[in-house]
Design a protein around this ligand. Sequence first.
Ligand SMILES: Nc1ncnc2c1ncn2[C@@H]1O[C@H](COP(=O)(O)OP(=O)(O)OP(=O)(O)O)[C@@H](O)[C@H]1O
Ligand SMILES: CC(C)(CO)[C@@H](O)C(=O)NCCC(=O)O
Length: 306
Amino acid sequence: MNEFINFDEISRETWQNLYKTSLAPLTKDELDSIRSLNDEISLKDVSDVYLPLVHLLRVYKKNLEDMSFTKGLFLQKIVKTPPLIIGISGSVAVGKSTTARLLKVLLSRAFGNTSVALVTTDGFLYSNKELESQGILDQKGFPESYDMERLLDFLYKMKSGQDAEIPVYSHEFYDIVENETQKIANPDILIVEGINVLQNPDNQLLYISDFYDFSIYVDADEKMIEKWFRERFDSLLKMAKNDPQNFYHQFTKLSDERIEELISETWQNINLRNLHEYIEPTRNRAEVIIHKAAKHYIDKLYLKKF
Ligand SMILES: Nc1ncnc2c1ncn2[C@@H]1O[C@H](COP(=O)(O)OP(=O)(O)OP(=O)(O)O)[C@@H](O)[C@H]1O
Ligand SMILES: CC(C)(CO)[C@@H](O)C(=O)NCCC(=O)O
């Protein structure tokens, strides 16, 4: 069966005209804050693709508020609207965190007086020490490398209006950071970004996907994603050159051939395998698939029909 049978394929040209009216242009401060996230982000993408997406999210948010109100009427009590939870998934290095950070800026702008929090599921990876003791350090990113129960518990707390503290992962240290946590205090909107956002572990009473009100899968041709993975690896090496604390520092002393081998092995045996086996199979659970072509240019989107 066609995987996209349940989706409308929408070209960028059609999408950008779906909601053009009454969008105020971005202010200089907003443009600066977007550029500071990643100075490569195309501002044309922001106005053509992300602003209509924010409008669609407004519809989902309103729907959630209406539902809480109506439920309250039925139960004859005040039901507080839970936070709108948005999941963002896709391959390693496809651009999930950049998309998530951009969306955070745009949602804060679009919904005045609304707190928007962003977390990455990287924080729910087991520490290197734990992965090593289970003999699965080379499977970082695979389902068994995450504490999914803790992630579920966190999402449950968020939906029930409680505060939470979660662990922090550092790409530079390649590990969970000891004695550091991220505090999340009862936001109105929560963005959860990670490769496993749409994965449902077996034998759980609660499904992770039950917590999302909206979900996005960032997609691209795998040759393209490999290119972005390689570019990011290069920039991590550059950043690590003069920093012996950085995990990537050890690689800066290797020959170009050895580095090439290392990148190819990591991509082929870990990240690409993970994409094929565990990440891509969750793609059709998303509400929206954002498809990127060369240079991160968004060429089309898929919107779930029902
Ligand atoms: N819209 C964009 N425009 C230009 N460059 C981008 C864009 N999105 C991502 N990138 C670049 O692509 C690379 C991967 O992006 P990012 O770190 O956001 O990916 P990710 O999916 O969150 O990766 P991971 O799962 O490993 O954390 C980075 O080098 C980033 O600078
Ligand atoms: C932390 C994850 C799992 C996800 O962001 C990923 O970036 C990662 O580190 N994967 C392991 C293989 C690698 O080093 O790319």
